[in-house]
Ligand binder design. Sequence first.
Ligand code: SF4
Length: 242
Amino acid sequence: MNPSVTGRIHSIESFGTLDGPGIRYVLFFQGCPLRCLYCHNPDARGESGGTVMTAGEVMTDILTYRAFIARGGVTLSGGEPLLQPAFTGEVLDGCREHRLHSALDTSGAVPLAHAAPVIDRADLVLLDIKALEDDLCEPLTGSSSANTLATLEYCEATRKAVWIRHVLVPGYTLDRMRLERLADYLLRFGCIRKTELLPFHKMGEYKWKSLGCSYALTDTPPPTDAQMNEARAIFRQRGLTP
Ligand code: SF4
């Protein structure tokens, strides 16, 4: 690991339980190429904000929590960690040197030319597929799904363990036909260990307002429990584990 490489960090959660297996130190990177309508961290999207830290400083802080995360690990999230490939790669190397499990939480939106050498250094990829088809992905995120799907293909080719994440947004991704197509698409990937279907929520809405931005999903309700169960059943019927 080169401890002097610097990057921009949005925030740190020292006892995360939602982003990967076990109790985890979660590092939220600053900067994201996407513009998801439901973004819960809109203040993490700009590339110039956050706090500049070295990889060495990050590792020193991670190691103070070692006893708590020894059976979980470290998750690099965002924003988009692959937007800072050199820094992210060094932190992943640091985790490996200290025998800490690492997970890379990514949308896969960064081209593989930059992303692949970083993905290679993570133990697990948490791949957030926003939408399979571009007629939905583009209005929902401002971008195509092509890089995300290429990232999944790369993980399959390199046998990288992947957890798929997919947010269910009423009026957008919460759609039986689209969910069936996504589940069918995922079936052929042996690298997928788990599929997580996550309900859309509006906990980040106040951040949009404080940034002076309009929030397009004000009138969109979160999915009901019944809708979530119905969606999970589509995946379960195909042997996927939602
Ligand atoms: S990928 Fe995540 S951080 Fe980036 S815009 Fe979408 S929800 Fe926000």
